[in-house]
Design a protein around this ligand. Structure first.
Ligand code: ATP
Length: 517
């Protein structure tokens, strides 16, 4: 674990050193849980967004995009439930003065029981080898059964408390923390305050601050911009159910536990798609979108073992089924995307609060109804972090040296091709520039002439550039260059005229998209 934390620290400093992610307002020592993307970060982030947008809007004839404003009419957030229910239950430890989310402390406790079971299973697996019958072991082993019971009891109690009538039972949450003997990771004590609710929305004022100014919120999710535009898009686009609306945009949450770099930020970006369907078909569509979204993730080639679904026990006030796609980060399996069956909650609420009829007339059944919704919601920043974590490697080379390399999927890499003149004379820089002038219309190229070639390779490895080309004496004679592959470090001689056809397909988002069909 300590080693994993170490790796995570290195990734954070790598992000800063190579222009991926900087603390916000760095010269003023940063702002809590707010970050800026640098020259390489913005390219990677744009590529992630493009991969998502195109997989939704380009590959689905029945999905269209919008770009709604961040500021919305304040009633939106009354209708959506965010004013009353977008709260985190907080608890403080009096000794360390640290603040925690009470629900997270309990979820971590459940994960500990799960871990214990998993360890028993792995131990037995090693001992029994091929003859191991996991199902039987889980059903009979005493230690597994004991931990399973602890897990089940806690799970059951937690669900009751979170879904209590009239909202979360705050005293019940505290009692669980006390009964389970959960201690503060910093002080190690059980000296807890009561649990309180804390609203996560940022407020500001619109208009002059004197009379007449109204309080508005910075949107805590992009989804509501889609719901309030459902009628506009359905009518002007003459959309027939089922259809989806996709959106990428900023969201803001005044997070309490704002740690772990860009995993939990106060200003972040979401890619959300709301899919409108006929009531009664939601569980089918939920299953289809689960499958498609998992495919989208695994298509990046990071290995299926690094992903898992985590079905929710604690359903949000609007959902009748929900799951997370979790990715194996250096600090454990963590949510990257949520998929929710939101019923007709949002559209019905907006109909109620706006007094407008928000329905769909189904020409096939001659009926009008409020559509149900399946939502897929992914954080761009968490996706960015998962890609960084998986791609980062400190590699020991056969000659005993080490190199830091980002094995980014080529289609997402900020720079696709670096072109180096071997020396700064004999017309090599001009030749290198000529290559770039030709290829820059097709993919992102970078010119580098400083330092020895070896150092230039290392710099490109560190930003995940998949290909480097060197212009040397021979180039001037026969128009060939050496092409070096980031991952294998192999170099081969190729004609300049072949560069585009060799590289373009491998670095284009289109090649990723084709694998999704
Ligand atoms: P968590 O349980 O981690 O707080 P959530 O379940 O509240 O997340 P959703 O409301 O489902 O998250 O939001 C959808 C996605 O938006 C999440 O899967 C995540 O990728 C992203 N996201 C949510 N909150 C943040 C945040 N504070 N910083 C970065 N990304 C976030």
């Amino acid at each position: 674990m300590a080693q994993q934390e170490d790796v995570f620290k290195k990734i954070v400093s790598h992000c800063k050193e190579y222009g991926f992610v900087f603390p916000s307002s760095d010269i003023y020592d940063g702002l809590g849980a707010v970050y800026d993307y640098g020259q390489n970060g913005v390219e990677l982030k744009n590529n992630i967004k493009q991969y998502w947008w195109q997989s939704m809007v380009l590959l689905h004839e029945n999905i269209v995009g919008i770009d709604a404003a961040i500021f919305m009419h304040p009633t939106t957030w009354k209708a959506s439930g965010h004013v009353d229910a977008f709260n985190d239950p907080l608890i403080d430890n009096r000794d360390s003065k640290k603040r925690y989310r009470a629900d997270v402390l309990i979820e971590e406790q459940m994960a500990k029981y799960e871990d214990k079971i998993q360890k028993e299973v792995e131990k037995a697996q090693k001992r029994f080898g091929d003859s191991f019958d996991e199902a039987k072991f889980r059903a009979t082993n005493e230690r597994v059964l004991e931990n399973q019971k602890k897990y089940d009891d806690l799970h059951h109690r937690f669900q009751e408390v979170m879904n209590a009538e009239g909202g979360i039972d705050l005293d019940g949450l505290k009692q669980i923390i006390l009964d389970e003997g959960i201690v503060c990771p910093i002080s190690g004590t059980r000296n807890w305050t009561d649990v309180r609710q804390f609203n996560l929305m940022f407020k500001t004022e619109m208009g002059s601050t004197a009379d007449g100014a109204s309080t508005i919120y910075l949107r805590p999710e992009t989804a509501q911009g889609i719901f309030v535009n459902y009628l506009n898009v359905q009518k002007t686009g003459r959309m027939k159910l089922p259809f989806g609306i996709a959106q990428i945009g900023k969201a803001f949450r005044n997070e309490i536990v704002a740690r772990q770099f860009i995993f939990r930020m106060r200003e972040f970006e979401q890619m959300e798609m709301q899919f409108f369907i006929q009531p009664g078909t939601e569980l089918d569509w939920f299953a289809k979108w689960k499958e498609y979204r998992m495919k989208w993730h695994q298509n990046l080639g990071f290995g299926a073992e690094n992903y898992r679904f985590h079905d929710h026990d604690k359903l949000a006030h609007y959902a009748n089924a929900a799951t997370d796609i979790e990715f194996h980060m250096p600090f454990g399996f963590k949510e990257v995307e949520g998929i929710h069956s939101r019923t007709n909650f949002d559209l019905s609420q907006h109909a109620k609060y706006s007094g407008k009829k928000i329905e769909y007339f189904d020409p096939e059944t001659n009926e009008s109804y409020t559509p149900y919704v399946i939502e897929t919601s992914i954080g761009v920043d968490r996706m960015f972090l998962s890609i960084m974590c998986h791609s980062y490697e400190e590699q020991l080379l056969p000659d005993g040296q080490t190199r830091t390399v980002l094995h980014l999927p080529a289609a997402l890499a900020p720079v696709k091709l670096a072109v180096f003149p071997l020396t700064k004379k004999d017309g090599m820089p001009e030749k290198a520039q000529e290559i770039i002038n030709d290829l820059r219309f097709h993919f992102n190229c970078k010119y580098e002439e400083k330092d020895q070639i070896g150092k230039r390779y290392r710099r490109m490895d560190a930003i995940g550039c998949p290909y480097c080309v060197t212009v040397d004496q021979q180039t001037l004679e026969d128009n060939t260059v050496t092409l070096r592959d980031r991952d294998t470090m192999e170099q081969k001689r190729v004609a300049i005229s072949d560069l585009r056809s060799i590289i373009e397909d491998k670095v284009s988002i289109t090649s990723l998209l084709k694998k999704l069909l």
